[in-house]
Ligand binder design. Structure first.
Ligand code: PAF
Length: 280
């Protein structure tokens, strides 16, 4: 497995493989890899000849300096996992390489970027769009893999690719969960044992939402689930919403032929966790 640090080297590597007629799959990450990331890498290895993973903790998508500082960095362990999973090249640029000067670009995605996560993390999706557009330039892949745990990010990246005419297929991949239902996340590493065992409550509430949706409207479901969260002394709910999966608009009634997603963000101590589930 090769490890490359500059955009020039990475691009040259990819273009060489493409000239040889090989298909390239790309998994962008911020490291602190877990089985969720590895499932993306494995999917890429089955659909492409060459799989590339980037590891870069992108400062422009953190709206909280402490969160950026505390973000786990486990590069040696990450590389071992990637080699075992069949990754061919890891791109690990530093900040100067990705941002030789301040990125002043401001993206607009018809409101997709300002609801849900965007409301609580202003500027977050602009930072994601900045780095992902740079990464797609450095790694001109055929296919790029993103987890559905970050379903809003996925919606934003699909729009980014359309707006900038980037010739890459965006492949959504299912959320991978721990055996007790907690969605895998690099942030789980920072949970205290007490918060870790309590955070299974999040997925239980999402499953309850699916059950409730069989006979209730979104407004009532929200009331019930929010009051359940409020009874949990260890988790602090930031939002719970039910939105359609295209425009991410909240709804008072379920419409036939529309897919709805229940999405949630909570604080477990000083760790912020997000999750979602498709309702129908
Ligand atoms: O999902 C992530 O890990 C990051 O948001 C991404 C897509 C790698 C951009 O920094």
């Amino acid at each position: 497995m090769e490890i490359l640090k500059t955009i020039n080297d990475a691009q040259e590597y990819v273009l060489n493989q493409r000239r040889n007629g090989l298909k390239i799959g790309f998994v962008p990450t911020m490291g602190a890899l877990h089985q969720g990331h590895i499932s993306l890498v494995e999917k890429s290895t089955t659909q492409n000849d060459i799989t590339i993973v980037s590891i870069f903790v992108n400062p422009t998508q953190f709206n909280n300096a402490a969160d950026l500082e505390k973000y786990p960095r486990t590069i040696d362990a990450d590389c071992k996992m990637l080699e075992a999973a069949g990754c061919n090249m890891v791109f690990t640029p530093d900040e100067k390489e990705m941002y030789p000067q301040k990125d002043e670009r401001v993206f607009s995605f018809n409101g997709l970027e300002s609801c849900l996560e965007g409301e609580f993390r202003p500027g977050h999706f602009n930072g994601v769009a900045q780095i992902v557009s740079k990464l797609f330039f450095a790694i001109p892949a055929h296919n790029a893999y993103f987890g559905q745990k970050d379903f809003q990010q996925l919606a934003v990246i699909k729009q980014l690719v359309l707006q900038l005419d980037i010739p890459v297929n965006i492949i959504p991949c299912p959320t991978i969960r721990e055996s007790d239902g907690l969605a895998m996340s690099s942030r789980n590493l920072r949970l205290t044992p007490e918060h870790r065992s309590n955070s299974t409550f999040i997925y239980k509430m999402l499953q309850k939402t699916v059950e409730l949706a069989k006979a209730n409207n979104p407004t009532l479901i929200k009331e019930i689930i929010i009051s359940e969260f409020n009874k949990n002394k260890l988790l602090k709910l930031e939002y719970f919403d039910i939105v359609d999966n295209t425009y991410l608009q909240q709804t008072d009634f379920f419409q036939k032929d529309t897919i709805y997603i229940a999405c949630v963000a909570v604080w477990a101590g000083d760790v912020r966790l997000i999750d979602n589930i498709q309702i129908n």
